[in-house]
Design a protein around this ligand. Structure first.
Ligand SMILES: CC(C)(COP(=O)(O)OP(=O)(O)OC[C@H]1O[C@@H](n2cnc3c(N)ncnc32)[C@H](O)[C@@H]1OP(=O)(O)O)[C@@H](O)C(=O)NCCC(=O)NCCS
Length: 185
């Protein structure tokens, strides 16, 4: 009999009236507009269309929608047993409503389903809100990438969530260098 993946230790409750769905081409114009509002180094619409097309080939891109509007979105990649969160943002008008938390939990549930060993991400060292969000979900600092954000010459904090340790709390959660792909976090 196939082994059951470990249960989500923190089951997700979606904010009322919202749904998390697979990113599709129909969402891309809204996402591309939000990118321009949110980031100094926005991904172009074509990058999101590529993520939609990547689909089953290791991609996991989701949007949180409310009344047909995109409120938050994430882009993640799974390669072998490593996961990488490459992009996560919430519409500035709808922050503080738990949308990023919901999208992140959905991603972590997927990572557990896939038997992912570690989920990695990069975040600006000055992005206290995002760092707090990740820490609240068990991510911890794994290193610094100097000058990762070239426009502002800001360093990236590399964070990792070792999921393999969940089924073996006695383990030390040691890990390697993560997957090579570069996200924008
Ligand atoms: C970081 C970001 C995604 C959070 O989105 P959000 O939908 O507002 O977040 P949530 O409402 O789900 O809040 C989740 C957690 O984030 C933190 N947080 C959210 N708003 C915060 C604020 N104004 N001040 C401090 N912490 C805050 C808290 O830890 C919060 O958890 P809590 O409510 O249990 O304390 C959003 O601020 C954003 O899009 N920022 C710009 C893009 C970005 O930085 N992306 C992440 C790149 S690594």
């Amino acid at each position: 009999m196939a082994e059951e993946p470990p249960a989500d230790p923190d089951p997700m409750i979606l904010p009322l009236g919202t749904a998390i769905v697979a990113m599709s081409d129909a969402h891309v114009p809204q996402i591309a507009l939000l990118e321009l509002t949110v980031f100094t180094d926005p991904w172009p619409a074509s990058a999101f269309r590529e993520e939609v097309a990547r689909g089953a080939r290791g991609g996991y891109s989701r949007v949180l929608v409310e009344s047909g509007a995109v409120r938050a979105y994430s882009v993640a990649w799974f390669v072998a047993d490593e996961g990488h969160l490459a992009n996560l943002a919430t519409d500035p008008v709808h922050r503080g409503r738990g949308f990023a938390r919901a999208v992140l939990r959905d991603l972590l549930a997927e990572a557990r389903r896939r038997g992912t060993a570690n989920v990695w991400l990069e975040v600006r060292t000055g992005n206290a809100v995002a760092i707090r969000l990740y820490q609240a979900h068990g991510f911890r600092a794994a290193g610094i990438r100097k000058g990762y954000y070239q426009k502002e010459r800001e360093d990236a904090l590399v964070m990792v969530l070792p999921l393999e340790a969940e089924g073996d709390r006695g383990g030390n959660g040691q890990h390697g260098g993560g997957i090579g792909a570069e996200g924008k976090e």
